[in-house]
Ligand binder design. Sequence first.
Ligand SMILES: Nc1nc2c(c(=O)[nH]1)N[C@H]1C(S)=C(S)[C@@H](COP(=O)(O)O)O[C@H]1N2
Ligand SMILES: [Mo]
Length: 526
Amino acid sequence: MTTSGASWQRRAFAGLSGLLAAYASLAVAELIAALVRPEAGPVAAVGGAAIDRTPAPVKDWAIRTFGEDDKAVLQLGILVVLGLLAVALGLVALRYRRAGAVGVLAFGVVGAVAATSRPDSVSLTDALPSLMGALAGAGLLHWLIGRLRPSGSTTPSAAGPEPAWDRRGFLLSAAAAAAASTGAGGLGLALGGSRARDAVASREAVVLPAPASPAPAVPGGARPRVAGVSPFVTPNKDFYRVDTALVVPKVDATTWRLRIHGRGVGRPLTLGFQDLLDRELIERDITLTCVSNEVGGPYVGNARWIGVRLADLLREAGVRPPSRGGGADQLVARSVDGMTLGTPVEDLMDGRDAMLAVGMNGEPLPLDHGFPARMVVPGLYGYVSACKWIEDIELTTFDAYDPYWVKRDWAREAPVKTQSRIDTPKPFARPAAGAVMVGGVAWAQHRGIDRVEIRVDDGPWQRADLAAEHTTDTWRLWSFPWKATPGGHTLTVRATDRTGTVQTEKRTGTVPDGASGWHSVVVTVE
Ligand SMILES: Nc1nc2c(c(=O)[nH]1)N[C@H]1C(S)=C(S)[C@@H](COP(=O)(O)O)O[C@H]1N2
Ligand SMILES: [Mo]
């Protein structure tokens, strides 16, 4: 009895040793990562590699299912899998002490390979966090397992009575290891925090100058007249966020540089943040949309951006649009985290307000939205235009280079599709019969919205009341007074843009160039 009880306990402690080894590995790795480069930490590196290798439909499903929590879910998943493997390694180590340590080292190699093959990895030192972490973990596992064995014996015999071992000694060692790991990890967090503080401090020091070209005033009639409809300007805290960054880049604006170079660039430019502020700034209201937005989805927002006109910068660098004989038809923007986005040069130089933005709704860009600078191009989905944390602009051709998303099944060129959404009533709402206000938003950036229509069940299309148009680059709010009769009803919306194109009924998924179809909401009138 006592024998099997003790060996059960030894096995539990072996599993615990595995977990502690994993904990120590991660803690040491994060400490080293804080010194080397935060993005080179094993969880961020493996998570980033997983994101890059996830097929588009699965990624789309993750965004749909977990929304902006998709990254937290991924990280949690990695930690759970790691925890299970760690317990298994601890059990293996109880029998084959060396194999356990070798197993931990193998994980370190996986992390190191992931970290050094990230697109933003420029140095082999990115392997250090994972490797040093694994060394610490392997050493700890070896040591803890040693405490689970009686001195002198090498392999516990499966038969015979269980040899004596020092339970108290093991627990003390385990507690000491846990405390040391927590200390290392805590120090790593503190150091990482200081880097973030530099970025935050540089952001807080920014004073946005008054724009030389202010945004036209928003007509009062552009704002919502119906409760439950999106505000005309989306506050920064509510603005959707879509990117692949597990660790939000913390860029210190005082040392940040942007390089403009490449094909047809007669005068390459290198600009600092202050250089941008010293230039002529424009201020514009522009609605941004993500290609991953489902029909009726939340990944669309409207903000007031301040920045430098990209066409000015490009002309200064000597770039000519392809239609005037320029040799580059694609601008590839690269971010500090290695993301690449490709935009048609023609669109950037055709007179639209494409900009390198430094301000969003009256403040410097929030870190999540690309501080210190990002691109914003009216009329194009974010993934082909809106590079956040930008640090490099290369002029090239569509033939010569496929950026990140294009390598992953998304279209090379992606103008925003004409779309509309019902914000109120919400799906499955139960409004009282009588006057019910239906309302929402419609967008067709750079073309403009001409008409919005509502259909109740299979009835005729009826014109909604359009809020005043601000510019063709912003969304347009609409409302429709509905005389609701009791029973179940389906409300459907469709928009027509200024080119006369009616939003298509044809349902397509988001891949490769944005979802299409009509948004419907089912309600029960009581
Ligand atoms: N560096 C970087 N920039 C990026 C992305 C990214 O993953 N990394 N995602 C793009 C996509 S797909 C969209 S829709 C917009 C979203 O911008 P927001 O998060 O500020 O709303 O950023 C674009 N810029
Ligand atoms: Mo996007």
